[in-house]
Each structure stands twice: as C-alpha cells, then as structure tokens.
Write a protein that binds this ligand. Structure first.
Ligand SMILES: [Cu+2]
Length: 158
C-alpha cells in the first residue's frame, strides 16, 4: 500500500522536471548550437567536405561550437560577410571552436583547406538579413561561389 502510493506520487515530479528546465533555457540562458565539420554529408552522396548544418538560425547571444567530427577542417569567418562591428574568427584545423554571436545579421564562414571546393556555411542571428546584400558582393574562389549562391537561394526562396 505504502509502496504503491509512493510510486504514484513520484510520477508527476518526473514528468514536470524536463518541462521546467526547457522553460528556463528559453527565457534566460543563451542557446548553444553545434555545427559539425564533416568529410561527407549523409543526406547527399555527392557532397564531400561540408558544414552540417550549412545554414543555422540562432538568437543574438547564442553560441555555436564548430566540432571537428572529421579531420582536416577549420571554420573561419569570411571578411565582408559578417555584420558591422562583429568579431571575426579563425579556428585552427582539427580544433573545436566556440563563438558567441551577439550582433544580429548573417555570418558567412568557410573551411580554409576546402574553401575552393565549396565548404562554406552561414549563420543567421536574430533572423536579420540586413547585411545580406553586402555579403553577396564578397568574392569566392572555385566552387565556393556556387556553394554560397545555393545558401542564399535557400535563405530567400524565389
Ligand atoms: Cu574542410
């Protein structure tokens, strides 16, 4: 009898605990996101050397960790493709790097060893596309041009 009552009483506590935690996270604690640096995209057999996800939407003040899931990659912001006043970054190859992005806007970045083959990505902070037009004027070598065009097309579907 006593054991059974204890069991039923403990149930609501278990059910409520995760809810309370996520409420706190969305209201006061900045979010954290992960971008994997990969040798292959499991969703696309033709893609090699990719950031996953290639487009990431976050809130101002959130942080993003670039994970060296596979070897041989880094993440570096692209000059002219981050908002005015934002801090550029340049991670070392094979090292985990976390950046905190507070200024709204888009942040274009790339993997230096695979820039020419189109390993690039974009982070959108605060759903702000105000520096998109300027970012589109940045020049890129090889397949990076096509890769950024694909990303821009996904941002602004026709
Ligand atoms: Cu790479």
């Amino acid at each position: 009898m006593l054991t059974r009552r204890n069991f039923t009483l403990s149930l609501p506590v278990i059910a409520l605990a995760p809810m309370a935690r996520s409420e706190t996270a969305s209201s006061s604690i900045a979010g954290h996101h992960t971008v994997m640096m990969l040798n292959a995209d499991c969703n696309d057999a033709n893609a090699i050397n990719v950031f996953e996800p290639a487009i990431l939407h976050i809130a101002p003040g959130d942080s993003v960790t670039f994970m060296p899931t596979n070897k041989g990659h880094n993440a570096a912001s692209k000059r002219g493709m981050i908002p005015e006043g934002a801090e550029p970054w340049n991670g070392a190859v094979d090292e985990e790097l976390t950046v905190t992005l507070t200024i709204p806007g888009i942040y274009g970045y790339l993997c230096l060893p695979h820039y020419e083959v189109g390993m690039v990505g974009l982070i959108v902070v605060g759903d702000d596309l105000s520096n998109l037009a300027k970012a589109k004027t940045a020049r890129h070598p090889g397949d990076a041009r096509r890769a950024f065009r694909d990303i821009f097309d996904q941002l602004e579907p026709a």
